[in-house]
Design a protein around this ligand. Structure first.
Ligand SMILES: NC(=O)c1ccc[n+]([C@@H]2O[C@H](COP(=O)([O-])OP(=O)(O)OC[C@H]3O[C@@H](n4cnc5c(N)ncnc54)[C@H](OP(=O)(O)O)[C@@H]3O)[C@@H](O)[C@H]2O)c1
Length: 305
């Protein structure tokens, strides 16, 4: 159980190749639709492993103990079906996908080849696979699938210093919604805050603040990490914020939605009375209801981008 191949040499395919090679496993290479595309070129340059065309070089795929299908979620089922229909799998192989929202049943077509199914989702964000080894060490990784495949997955995750946890298939969409909020949501929130910031280089100025908030979360936890005008019950300050965002409809709606969540958190922390909580809920709901709907992030002049 030491040789792997990847179908999809993108960010996760490249990152896992690097961590597995580092942990002593052998990655025979990756398969793609386009061996001259940017993901394929980056894969070879970062890992030193070859990229194959599925139609031209089936041998490493058949020899591998595990086949990682690291394509976008929407392509997982079709790729698994294609591998099974073209006779490229063999009994006992583990076929793995890394999609957070999909259960291992997305790989059902591989069962008719006698292969095992595993969903293995690293709870980490990889935008540049070159730095993935550090990010994946210590990261949680959820596993679900055929029992023998899950046992192998636990060994693999532990080999790179990850923390393997199991998950019920029916919980995967909700689990992944939480992951997307914590990761992609944070990036989007920074983009909205930057669009409102009235000085040059907003991300540079906001970064120590973002880092401070994350540090508070780590050291104090929830709800103790919360600070700010909602937590202090500063209604007048919040009204100033709402007035200042009149020409920034996206920022205002995000502010109000998060404001409602913040009110619940501040109440749980014991820093708001029940009356203050109701007043703040009403304020955020009415300010948000007045706003036009837009799909664009505001520019720094409050116009649509
Ligand atoms: N990036 C993350 O932070 C992260 C974290 C955890 C889990 N995941 C999961 O990992 C999987 C891959 O995500 P990613 O971020 O690595 O995506 P990605 O960087 O976009 O890479 C996807 C790869 O799949 C190839 N591909 C796309 N469509 C294909 C198809 N129909 N058939 C064969 N190959 C195809 C792409 O190459 P071509 O377009 O050149 O064919 C590319 O090499 C997803 O299920 C995602 O949910 C990602």
């Amino acid at each position: 159980m030491n040789q792997f191949v990847f179908v999809g040499p993108g960010r996760i395919g490249t990152a896992l190749t690097l961590v597995f090679e580092d942990a002593g496993y052998e990655v025979l290479g990756a398969y793609t639709r386009n061996v001259r595309g940017n993901p394929a070129v980056r894969y070879t340059s970062l890992t030193g492993r070859p990229v194959f065309d599925l139609a031209e070089e089936p041998r490493p795929l058949q020899e591998a103990d595990a086949v990682f299908v690291t394509v976008p979620d929407k392509a997982v089922a079709a790729v698994a079906k294609g591998l099974a229909d073209t006779g490229q799998l063999r009994p006992g192989q583990v076929v793995v996908h890394t999609a957070g929202a999909l259960a291992s049943s997305a790989l059902d077509p591989v069962l008719c080849a006698g292969a095992l199914r595993l969903s293995l989702h690293p709870l980490q964000t990889i935008s540049d696979p070159a730095g993935a080894k550090e990010l994946l060490r210590g990261a949680f990784c959820t596993l679900e699938g055929d029992s023998t495949a899950v046992e192998r997955g636990q060994e693999w995750v532990q080999s790179w210093g990850g923390i393997a946890i199991s998950i019920a298939p029916c919980d995967k969409p909700r689990y992944h919604a939480a992951a997307a909020l914590a990761s992609n949501g944070l990036v989007s929130l920074a983009a909205v805050a930057a669009s409102l910031f009235p000085a040059a280089d907003p991300l540079k100025a906001l970064w120590p603040l973002l880092r401070g908030a994350l540090g508070n979360l780590k050291s104090a936890g929830l709800p103790a990490a919360l600070t700010g005008p909602v937590e202090r019950g500063d209604l007048e300050t919040i009204q100033l914020h709402l007035d200042a965002m009149r020409d920034f409809p996206t920022a205002l709606r995000v502010y109000c939605a998060l404001g409602e969540a913040t009110v619940g958190l501040a109440f749980a922390k014991g820093s708001l009375t029940a009356d203050e909580r109701e007043t703040l809920f009403r304020l955020f709901r009415s300010a948000s209801a007045d706003q036009p709907r837009t799909t664009k992030i505001d520019t720094d002049r409050g116009e649509e981008a």
